[in-house]
Ligand binder design. Structure first.
Ligand code: HEM
Length: 629
């Protein structure tokens, strides 16, 4: 899915001042899925301060999970910028650990006791009066961090949350003036919210932000609407459909290969993030409503409209003041007028596509059945209409729009960060290419190959661990509940930080290292269930991503085809790759790469793939395969 970013998360780009009662790294949290950790051994408590901190985190974690250079390679040539950032983060960590921001929080009874004491009530009498209360004890309070609007403004919002997690543990409250959020980074609490007691949680602020574009689509919808729509949509992504989409992934990737081939010939560097965004837009348009955006080749009005709306959704999710809620703003702000026009164009196009599809369904002879699929138009829209899905056109549009957004930026972001990670680990790239060469040779991937491309899949699994899309899941409590040992009230806004879970030093060995080998090739495909909710690339529970298989195959196909034909390196002089958040994790200035055609060992060419004999120096003797079929 795509957009799952906190509203007003700009507020989170802040320095933190903390008041806390208890830290949250109890020993029980150190055993996840049988993993032993030494978390408690690393904790220490400074005299007169309540926060605990991992002793090593200032050095190891703070310097690595800031997203600028999260990987295993440290060649001793760190950029000045990175050193400044590390220094600032280390300072912040040290200040948090020293308790500089600590505000002692008192329960009601202790506040009252303190006030009465100030009024001069004798200590003995106070002890007597409060003995019963003291004995009973209060519920533990959730550790609390207070934010101010200073500093760390340039950072993606989930980075300070990681810092705070290292200090305050698996659940803490982050307060900005009158607003507060619960930040959850504990697998068992995440499971409770997403799965065990999921009915008690809604999408909260996420639904509010996305209303203008997704309405009551599947991602923001709650309650009965969500139940009905989920039941209608999930069957559309059956295995036969996903199998058919593999060809679609192959064809779209092949178009990208043609582009890269041209760039390689011209010796031009390419900006891969925007190319991946176009690749996945082309794929999802065809897969969801049989529309060919052809954005890899053209910049049509509709493509621009989709990007206008997407950017607006992202901007709204990080805007400190919701200006768009002011009624007149929509009419006077040129930007908002552009958004309204873009939405109208998209909605009109969707209405046309719905009508065309309805006519096709009316005319076709095919009987609807479980794995129904129209070969000419295998889209989700076609399935829904053929199934007799009795729904208003507005709801149908909302669902289509939701899937368009959900399945577009997420997959693009996964590919972007995968290629970034590979550029840092040439040995992983080589191993990947070896597998692809032997499994695929020179043909398009097929469904049978998905099981064989084991290492390719592990590379995607690992990329999703280091760069989860989205990095944070949003919920709001609909009832009072218990999160771990803490009672919470109805109406709490909650961010489950998947970033923190996926990079937790107590849940993972070498958490920041890009290491596809951590997932054994003969083991199961990692998911939230077999990883006990420490790994949530597609969420979990009833609201888990409906497109997980689709997305896994899409990214595996694209990755395999691209590395089969090209080598990728960071372009010389490319801007440093830094993160920023919108709906997913974006780079701040793109991913500029140099692409070169691979010199591959001669293999027996398979169907359709002409080979070019080229005159090469002895050292490079081999066969160059053209990028395009
Ligand atoms: C690599 C690509 C993808 C990633 C990482 C991803 C991730 C996620 C995550 C984490 C959620 C759960 C959100 C939450 O609990 O708040 C989700 C939900 C969803 N995703 Fe995906 N997604 C991807 C691709 C897709 C695709 C291709 C589609 C559609 C074809 C899709 C459709 C959806 C929908 C409709 C939901 C909402 C489900 C519900 O609330 O019932 N996603 N996705």
């Amino acid at each position: 899915m795509a957009v799952a970013v906190p509203a007003n998360v700009a507020l989170l780009r802040a320095h933190a001042s903390i008041s806390t009662q208890r830290s949250q790294f109890p020993a029980k949290q150190t055993h996840v899925n049988g993993l032993k950790t030494t978390a408690t051994a690393f904790c220490y408590r400074r005299p007169n301060t309540t926060p605990r901190r991992f002793r090593f985190s200032v050095i190891t974690c703070a310097s690595s999970s800031n997203g600028t250079e999260p990987d295993s390679i440290d060649d001793g040539t760190k950029s000045v910028e990175r050193r400044i950032q590390e220094k600032r983060r280390a300072e912040l960590s040290a200040r948090i650990a020293a308790g500089e921001f600590t505000v002692q929080k008192y329960s009601f009874s202790s506040s009252l006791k303190k006030s009465l004491s100030k009024l001069g009530m004798p200590e003995g009498l106070l002890q007597f009066l409060f003995a019963w209360v003291d004995e009973r004890g209060d519920y533990p309070r959730i550790p609390e961090a207070k934010g101010s609007m200073k500093a760390v403004r340039s950072e993606a919002f989930f980075i300070p949350l990681y810092e705070l997690y290292l200090t305050y543990g698996g659940i803490f409250r982050l307060t900005f003036g009158p607003k507060s959020f619960l930040i959850v980074s504990d697998p068992s609490i995440a499971r409770h919210i997403l799965k065990d007691n999921s009915k008690a949680y809604s999408k909260g602020i996420l639904a509010e932000i996305l209303d203008f574009v997704m309405g009551k689509g599947l991602i923001p919808a709650d309650g009965e609407i969500w139940r009905v729509r989920r039941r209608a949509i999930v069957p559309a992504l059956h295995l036969k459909y996903v199998t058919a989409t593999i060809d679609l992934f192959g064809q779209a990737t092949d178009r990208l290969c043609k582009k890269l081939d041209a760039a390689a010939s011209d010796g031009e560097d390419v900006e891969m993030e925007s190319l991946f965004s176009r690749l996945t837009l082309d794929v999802i348009g065809k897969a969801v409503f049989n529309y060919d955006f052809d954005s890899l080749t053209n910049d049509t009005g509709i493509v621009e409209a989709v990007y206008t709306v997407l950017r607006e959704a992202e901007d709204r999710s990080v805007a400190p003041i919701p200006l768009w809620e002011i009624p007149i703003w929509k009419d006077i702000s040129p930007r908002q007028r552009k958004v309204t026009a873009a939405l109208k164009l998209i909605n009109d196009t969707l209405d046309d596509l719905i009508s065309i599809c309805k006519r096709m369904v009316d005319e076709e002879e095919l009987q609807f059945h479980e794995e129904y699929m129209n070969e000419q138009d295998p889209s989700i829209l076609h399935f829904l209409l053929a199934s007799g899905d009795d729904v208003s056109s507005k709801q149908l549009r909302d669902d289509l729009m939701t899937m368009l957004i959900a399945g577009h930026e997420t997959s693009a972001a996964v590919l972007t960060w995968t290629f970034y990670l590979l550029s840092k680990e040439p040995s992983v790239l080589s191993k990947l290419q070896e597998e692809v060469d032997s499994v695929l040779g020179d043909r398009f991937p097929k469904i049978e190959d998905m099981k064989k491309l084991k290492y390719t899949t592990r590379v995607i699994n690992e990329s999703l661990r280091l760069y989860p899309q989205p990095p944070v899941l949003i919920r709001r409590s609909l009832d009072d509940d218990m999160l771990g040992e803490y009672p919470i009230k109805r109406g709490e806004d909650i961010f489950i930080s998947v970033w923190n879970l996926h990079r937790s030093p107590i849940l993972w060995d070498d958490a920041d290292k890009f290491n596809p080998e951590r997932w054994p090739l003969d083991g199961p495909n990692p998911n939230e269930t077999n990883q006990n909710f420490r790994y949530l690339p597609f969420g979990g529970g009833p609201r888990k991503c409906v497109g997980d298989l689709f997305a896994s195959y899409e990214t595996v196909v694209a990755l395999a085809m691209l590395v089969r034909r090209f080598n990728f390196q960071m372009a010389i002089g490319a801007p440093p790759v830094k993160m920023t958040t919108g709906a997913t994790i974006h780079t701040t200035e793109g991913l500029k790469m140099t692409v070169t055609r691979r010199m591959m060992p001669p293999i027996v060419p398979s169907f359709q793939m002409p080979t070019l004999e080229v005159d090469l120096p002895d050292s490079q003797k081999g066969v160059v395969y053209p990028a395009c079929s």
